[in-house]
Ligand binder design. Structure first.
Ligand code: WT7
Length: 602
């Protein structure tokens, strides 16, 4: 008889101590996640579509890949990696567009026990260098270029820039996608299409421990460099599969479309691992919602008869501004369930989504979670939980939130507002920050000892329903992307004219939050607009276009306390346009800077 799965059952379900912190799920369990996501389905679904790929250009053919084809492709890429010397435990950087090969690449790493570190292909060389060096990646998988609507982006040239500062990188493998001319360095850069020919489609899965690393994924911190969140195999697999099936009530045969990029946790958990573990059909969409017009999402949803649609509030808000004819020209009857993720959804956007996309028939699941949580934590269960616009509603079964006041006391009743913590482990929680366990402890387990601190504020209403109110630290969420203000500040400070910077978020109609920078220059700038565009370009070059400040105000000083700390509360108020409500400013060294800032506010 054919062996169905390798591996071994766990000896103990959970071992944990939030003070260390240390968490282990399925202790002693052995498995390979790709067997669960692919091989296990072959007996019954070899011919079922696993992945539908919809390319950037609406006139190009989309591709449907069956589970059997996915199996063969993943095994081939796995062998290609082995041929290049990649071994169990090696870190592999993946910097690729939204094409099927990015899925093969990630799964191929998992097949051979290598750890993937996927970097969103919108990040610039600077961000890439930090991430590659922090993880000590050995090889980069990339493509010549990517498409973004009408634009082409030369990914390989970004890699060429970065690689000179990445001593651990030995090789790159380049997938030919846009056909742009690239420079290939002999002995270091290899074409994917040439290497793949030498690789067979049979690859035994490496048997891994449940607590071995599956991937590292970077997320911004409120201070310092991005944090490499470490996710391990067993718990992550179980939790992404469980939450996928539970929240979306996925039924066999349905088509699921999550519009995120695979470079974010949403893409890892709900384009790839969760849906594939559940044997679903998952969509990989290469395009953008606004090209060739604002109807693109709905066109794709109609074309592939999407049943479950999962996107970010920022996308909904921008599509809501377009004429309704962009929605109504498409048949969206197949859609049964809608989801959102990434930031609080305002009631207006919720209602528009529910009415126009869901025809008032589809539940909207507002799913709260984080890169660190690995999977959905607080969310309605479609058709089960009562919906309440702008509320993530209730914790999923097994998730134990606790709302804390600032003094560290748990607010155990209903009708409270405070900081959101989780007091019991869940399987997909990050186990550490790669190479810096102390930072993991300090960031997440020290504010409220014995509890995981999310960094979010929340309300629990009289019914016990949760509404997430946003970050309470120096992280801002811009178009659903999590960004540290400190990181943006240090990028702006790189400009030779700039002496000091403070960055805060402010409410933005479409992006949720916009980026507002207060900048002190050595000399009063003469050409303010020129300097603004230089600063924007610089930030784009160092971090990526998503981090460009929306507003830059030049100031001669910043409100500081006598101990030298910037009073961000005041800067936030001014950025929000609340100039008269600044609260206590008596501890400032020089209160006159506040007047100046107020007068020049943008
Ligand atoms: C932060 C995590 C989870 C994948 C995408 C973002 C905010 C996320 C919601 C929601 C209100 C939300 C939180 C969280 N957030 N989902 N449904 N309602 N806020 O992952 O980049 O790690 O960001 O996104 O502030 O802490 P991330």
């Amino acid at each position: 008889m054919r062996k169905i799965l390798s591996g071994k059952k766990w000896d103990k379900v959970l071992d944990w101590d939030f003070n260390k912190p240390e968490v282990k799920w399925f202790v002693g369990g052995k498995l390979n996640i790709t067997e669960n996501c692919i091989d296990r389905h072959l007996a019954t679904r070899a011919k079922q579509t696993a992945i539908i790929w919809d390319p950037n250009d609406p006139h190009s053919e989309s591709q449907c890949l069956t589970y059997q084809q996915l199996h063969d492709q993943v095994c081939q890429v796995a062998n290609m990696l082995k041929n290049q010397g990649v071994k169990k435990g090696d870190r592999v950087c993946i910097y690729m567009p939204m094409i099927p090969e990015v899925a093969y690449a990630m799964l191929a790493c998992a097949r051979i026990g290598a750890v993937h570190s996927t970097v969103f292909a919108g990040f610039s060389a600077g961000s890439l260098i930090d991430r590659i060096n922090d993880a000590g990646c050995k090889i980069i998988l990339t493509s010549d270029g990517s498409y973004r609507g009408e634009k082409k982006i030369d990914l390989k040239s970004i890699i060429d820039d970065a690689i000179t500062k990445c001593p651990t990188i030995e090789k790159t493998i380049v997938f030919k996608h846009t056909g742009v001319r690239v420079s290939m360095k002999a002995g270091r850069d290899f074409w994917w299409h040439e290497q793949i020919e030498k690789a067979s489609a049979h690859c035994e899965p490496e048997i891994m421990d449940a607590e071995d690393l599956l991937f590292i994924l970077y997320t911004s911190g409120s201070t310092g460099k991005p944090k490499g969140m470490v996710h391990t195999i067993g718990g992550y697999m179980v939790f992404t599969a469980y939450t996928f099936q539970t929240v979306f009530q996925y039924q066999p045969g349905q088509v699921f479309w999550c519009t995120a990029d695979v470079g974010w946790i949403t893409g890892h958990s709900y384009i790839l691992y969760g849906p594939l573990a559940a044997g679903a059909t998952t969509v990989i969409f290469e395009g953008i919602p606004s090209w060739p017009d604002m109807g693109r999402f709905w066109h794709v949803a109609e074309k592939h008869r999407v049943n479950i649609f999962y996107t970010a509030p920022t996308a909904i808000r921008s599509l809501e501004k377009a004429p309704l004819s962009f929605v109504h020209q498409y048949d969206l009857q197949a859609i049964k369930i809608l989801g959102t993720v990434g930031e609080p959804i305002n009631e207006e956007a919720w209602h528009w989504y529910h009415e126009h996309i869901g025809r008032k028939k589809c539940p909207v699941v507002d799913t709260w979670w984080q890169t660190e949580t690995g999977g959905i934590m607080i969310s309605p269960i479609a058709h089960v939980t009562k919906l309440k616009p702008a509320f993530a509603t209730l914790p999923l079964p097994g998730v134990q939130p606790a709302v804390m006041d600032e003094s560290g006391k748990e607010l155990a009743t209903h009708g409270v507002e405070g900081r959101l913590t989780i007091k019991f482990p869940w399987p997909a929680m990050a186990r550490t920050i790669y190479g810096d366990h102390q930072r993991f402890k300090d960031t997440y387990f020290s504010t409220f000892p014995g509890k995981y601190f999310t960094g979010d504020g929340c309300k629990r209403d009289d019914e016990g329903f949760y509404r997430i109110t946003g970050r309470v630290d120096d992280i801002i969420i811009v178009s659903g992307h999590n960004m540290g203000t400190a990181e943006i500040e240090s990028a702006i400070d790189e400009h030779s004219a700039v002496c000091e910077t403070a960055v805060v978020g402010y409410p933005h109609d479409i992006k949720g939050q916009g980026i507002y920078a207060y900048v002190i220059c050595y000399d009063t700038p003469h050409e303010e607009e020129n300097l603004r565009s230089e600063i924007r370009d610089l930030v784009s070059k160092i971090i990526g276009p998503i981090a460009k400040p929306d507003k830059i105000q030049f100031v001669s000083g910043l409100p500081k306390t006598r101990s030298g700390k910037i009073m961000r509360r005041i800067l936030r108020k001014v950025a929000e346009g609340e100039m008269h409500n600044l609260g206590d400013t008596s501890t400032l060294t020089d209160p006159t800077v506040v007047d100046e800032i107020n007068t020049g506010a943008l």
